[in-house]
Ligand binder design. Structure first.
Ligand SMILES: Nc1ncnc2c1ncn2[C@@H]1O[C@H](COP(=O)(O)OP(=O)(O)OP(=O)(O)O)[C@@H](O)[C@H]1O
Length: 520
C-alpha cells in the first residue's frame, strides 16, 4: 500500500533519510527518537517556555512554569495521542454493550469470531497478522452493523483502547474497491498526528492489498511540524508528492486527514469527488469538537457526500455536545455505547497527614519512605513548579524519580511513562493534566502532595477518584496518602470524605510504628 502526502511547497523538503527528531529548538534537536533515552532527573530541567503547536501546526511559546494544572488548557488531542502511544493492548471492560438499533425489528447480530463476518481473505489475513484472535467487545456488535447490506450508519462510544479504530478501519477496507482508482473512503481525524496513527492501522490491516493506496490530507506545514517536533515513524511506503494540480483527481482509494484540509481537497482544490465517497468516518468526535472550527468543517464535508454514503462516528466520551454534533453528521444512526468501567475506593486505604508547609510535607514523605517499602508510587502536585522542585528534592535523597511535566512533548511523556511502567523509576512525580488517563497497574501507593481542586478551588472529586481509585478488575489493595497543609486543604479533604462517604484516617508520620501498621 502506498500513501501520498501532497501540498508541500517547493521550499519544503522532507528528510526521508533522517529519523524524526524531538523538541524543536531544544537540545534534543537532531536526536532520533529510537535512540533517545529519557534524560536522568538531574538533567531534566523545567523550561520556562511551553512549546506547543496550535491546530495549524504553528508553534507558540509562553511562560507557563508557574501555571497551575487547571489553568493549563487541557489538550485533548495530545491526551488522546499519549493514550495511543502508551497503550500496549486492548482495554478490557466487563460492562455490557448498549445497542440502540435504528430499526428495532431487525435482528440484532453480534459475532464472536472474525470468520463470521465473511471478510475478504486478504483482510482476514491482515486482521490475524495484527494478532487479533477475536473481536473486542465493541467490535462484536459494531462490525456486523457496519458491514451489513445495505450499509447502516453508526454512532459508537467507548473509552480509548477498546478497539474502535480497528473496527472502522476494517469497515473501510471491506467496502473499498481496490480496482477503482479514486477516493471511496474518507476519514477525519482531529490532528495530523492522530491521522498518522490511524493511517498506520490502515496500512497494517490492509497490507495484503498491495493495490490499495492511502492519502493523508494534511497541510504542508503539518509535515514541517512533524519533522521539527514530532517523533512519528513516517509510514513506510509514503510517496511525497510536491505538487498536485488543482482540479486533478487523486487516485488513492482511502483518504485520511484533518477537516480543514479535507474540505479544501473536496471543494477548493477538487482533488476528491465527494459524490463518490462510500464511507465517511469521523473519528475522535469529542476531540474534534473541542477544536475550534473542526465541527463546522466536518459538517460542511458531510453535506457534500451522497445520501447513501455510510456515516460512522466514534468518540471516547459522550457528553451532550458530542451527541448533538453526532446527530448532525450521522442521520438515522444505530448507536452503540460501552460504559467505562467504574473506579471505586473500596479497596483503598486512605490517610491524611497534617503539615504546616511544603517542607514539612516533603519531610512527611521521607518519613513514609523510611518506614515502609514502597514499590512504586505516583505523587501528584498542583503546579509544575512544585512537581519539579519535589522531583529534584527526592532525587537528592537518592530516589529514582521520573517527572512528567506539561511542557514535554507527547513522545517524551510517553517515554517517561513507559520507563516507569517497566520499573526503571520507582517514583513518578506529576501534575494532573499529564497523568490523566494513565493506568499504571502496579502502582499501589498514591500521594496527593496537593489535593485535587478545580479552577474555582473546590474539591475535584472526580480527579481524586481517578487518581487513587481502582476498577473491579484491578481491585488490588492500594494506599493513598493526602498531604494537608492549611485550613483550606483540611476543608477540601473533609468535603472529599463527605462526597465519597468514606473515612480518611489521620496518620502521624513522626510515629514510625503507626506508619508501619498501615503497610500491613
Ligand atoms: N480484536 C482485537 N484483538 C486484539 N487486539 C485488538 C483488537 N482490536 C484492537 N486491538 C488492539 O487494541 C488496541 C486498542 O485498539 P484501538 O486503537 O482500535 O482502540 P480505540 O478504541 O480506537 O482507541 P482510541 O479511542 O484511543 O482511538 C490497539 O493496540 C489495537 O491494535
Amino acid at each position: 500500500m502506498y500513501a501520498v502526502i501532497p501540498l508541500l511547497t517547493s521550499s519544503e523538503t522532507i528528510p526521508l533519510d533522517r529519523g524524526p527528531v524531538l523538541g524543536s529548538g531544544s537540545k534534543n534537536e537532531g536526536m532520533d527518537i529510537r535512540d533517545m533515552k529519557v534524560e536522568k532527573m538531574t538533567n531534566l530541567q523545567i523550561k520556562e517556555e511551553k512549546v506547543k503547536a496550535d491546530t495549524n501546526g504553528i508553534i507558540k511559546t509562553s511562560i507557563t512554569a508557574d501555571k497551575t494544572d487547571e489553568e493549563e488548557k487541557e489538550d485533548r488531542a495530545a491526551q488522546s495521542l499519549l493514550n495511543k502511544l502508551i497503550r500496549s493492548n486492548l482495554v478490557d471492560n466487563t460492562n455490557q454493550v448498549e445497542v440502540l438499533q435504528r430499526d428495532p425489528n431487525s435482528p440484532l447480530y453480534s459475532v464472536k469470531s472474525f470468520e463470521e463476518l465473511r471478510l475478504k481473505p486478504q483482510l482476514l489475513q491482515g486482521v490475524y497478522a495484527m494478532g487479533f484472535n477475536r473481536p473486542s467487545k465493541i467490535q462484536e456488535n459494531a462490525l456486523p452493523m457496519m458491514l451489513a447490506e445495505p450499509p447502516q450508519n453508526l454512532i459508537a462510544q467507548s473509552q480509548s483502547g477498546t478497539g474502535k479504530t480497528a473496527a472502522f478501519v476494517l469497515a473501510m477496507l471491506s467496502r473499498v474497491e481496490p480496482a477503482d482508482r479514486y477516493p471511496q473512503c474518507l476519514c477525519l481525524s482531529p490532528t495530523y498526528e492522530l491521522a498518522l496513527q490511524t493511517g498506520n492501522v490502515i496500512e497494517q490491516m490492509g497490507k495484503f492489498y498491495p493495490e490499495l493506496k492511502l492519502a493523508y490530507a494534511v497541510r504542508g506545514n503539518k509535515c514541517e511540524y512533524s519533522r521539527a517536533g514530532f517523533a512519528f515513524e513516517i509510514p513506510m511506503k509514503v510517496t511525497w508528492v510536491s505538487t498536485v494540480e488543482r482540479g486533478q483527481k487523486i487516485s488513492e482509494q482511502i483518504v485520511i486527514g484533518t477537516p480543514g484540509t479535507v474540505l479544501d481537497w473536496c471543494s477548493k482544490l477538487k482533488f476528491i469527488d465527494p459524490k463518490k465517497i462510500k464511507v465517511f468516518v469521523l473519528d475522535e468526535a469529542d476531540v474534534m469538537i473541542a477544536t475550534q472550527g473542526h465541527q463546522d468543517q466536518s459538517i460542511r464535508i458531510q453535506r457534500m457526500l451522497p445520501r447513501n454514503c455510510q456515516m460512522l462516528l466514534f468518540s471516547a466520551t459522550f457528553e451532550d455536545s458530542v451527541w448533538k454534533f453526532a446527530q448532525k453528521v450521522v442521520p438515522d444512526p444505530n448507536v452503540i455505547k460501552l460504559k467505562r468501567e467504574e473506579e471505586t475506593l473500596d479497596t483503598i486505604k486512605q490517610y491524611y497527614v497534617l503539615c504546616s508547609s511544603r517542607d514539612e510535607k516533603f519531610q512527611a514523605l521521607c518519613n513514609l519512605y523510611g518506614a515502609i517499602t514502597i514499590a512504586q508510587a505516583m505523587i501528584f502536585c498542583h503546579t509544575r513548579k512544585t512537581a519539579s522542585w519535589l522531583a529534584a528534592e527526592l532525587s537528592k535523597e537518592g530516589h529514582q524519580v521520573a517527572l512528567l511535566s506539561g511542557e514535554m512533548m507527547v513522545e517524551q511523556r510517553a517515554a517517561v511513562i513507559e520507563r516507569f511502567r517497566e520499573g526503571k523509576e520507582k517514583v513518578l512525580v506529576t501534575t494532573n493534566v499529564c497523568a490523566r488517563g494513565i493506568d499504571v497497574e502496579q502502582v499501589s501507593v498514591v500521594i496527593n502532595f496537593d489535593l485535587p481542586v478545580d479552577k474555582d478551588g473546590n474539591p475535584d472529586n472526580e480527579t481524586y477518584l481517578h487518581r487513587i481509585g481502582r476498577t473491579g478488575r484491578f481491585g488490588k489493595r492500594g494506599l493513598a496518602v493526602n498531604m494537608v497543609d492549611s485550613k483550606h486543604s483540611m476543608n477540601i479533604l473533609n468535603r472529599i470524605q463527605e462526597h465519597f462517604n468514606k473515612k480518611i484516617e489521620r496518620l502521624d508520620t513522626d510515629d514510625l510504628d503507626e506508619i508501619e501498621k498501615i503497610a500491613n
